[in-house]
Design a protein around this ligand. Sequence first.
Ligand code: DAH
Length: 352
Amino acid sequence: MARTDPPAAPPATDLDALLAVLDALPARIQAELAGLGTEAAVRDAQARALKGPIAEGQAAIRQAPGPTRRTIGAALNKAKTAVEAAAAARLQALAREALDAELRRQIDVSLPGRAPRPGHLHIITQVRRDIVDIFRELGFEIAEGPQVETDFNNFEALNIPKDHPARDMQDTFYVTDDVVLRTHTSPVQIRTMLRQQPPVKVICPGQVYRRDDDPTHSRMFSQVEGLLVDRDVSMADLKGTLLHFVRRFFGPGVKLRFRPSFFPFTEPSAEVDMSCIFCGGKGCRLCKQSGWLEIGGSGMVDPEVFKAVGYDPEAVTGYAFGLGIERMAMLRHGVNDIRLYYEGDVRFLRQF
Ligand code: DAH
């Protein structure tokens, strides 16, 4: 029925129709709710009932004269209460059904559990421990230092002043002008010597940082540093120790060779090569046909370093070496890209 002007009061027929709808509402809503299976659907139906006939009744009440108003009001209250009660009852029934279903569930407590898959140490951790263990057998103690290091420990005391070209190869992140992410484990030499008097015999594993990123160089990688300071230490001691190490780590047949080199903190300095474990020294792709693989740097501690830490260079001598742990792991396991170690791909890591 179309209306243009709202009447002062609903005509009798409209009123009767409204009262009939309100009267039928509880039964209608109950029937509807009975078919609904979720809390969201029940609340939705309740909201629709309140918005439809009940909102209509509330609009009618505002326009109706006094006695009619009371009639509509009573019907409205009854309908509203009934809708709310029906919705609450249905919700309660749903909750009970859910609980019943849960209680009916049969749990076979005798089934075997699902075992969590055990993890294991990262390949680099394993290799680091293996390396350190070999030196511990020789009486080296573990010394560690922070990865955020002073410029003094990382460079200055190692005879690498501010304008030294060696700094170019070890560019890093400067926290301030005097604090850096350490570029090697050599600053642990300085820390150790500043802390104790000779004799010193330490092995220093740890992470280091550089501005590098390619298949064989990573921004973060790991080294082990060795330092031995005592009376009458010679280069023969250094070579003998490293030879023992490579044979314990890679196998008995491995040979070692020193190539003259330069490091600001050692004099003389040597590049350490071992015979290629892939071709036995005959020459192959991996050793670039040379028969040798480079594994680190070494040398006799420079007197300038002893002076920087307050040791008497006339009284003591020492050797030092630095080895790359990723490099050792690559050689031992045939890994060809250093970045694989840090991508966290379990398909790679699971193999070791
Ligand atoms: N610190 C050097 C680097 O990271 C490696 C090194 C060379 C360490 C010679 C030493 C050493 O202790 O004697 O390139």
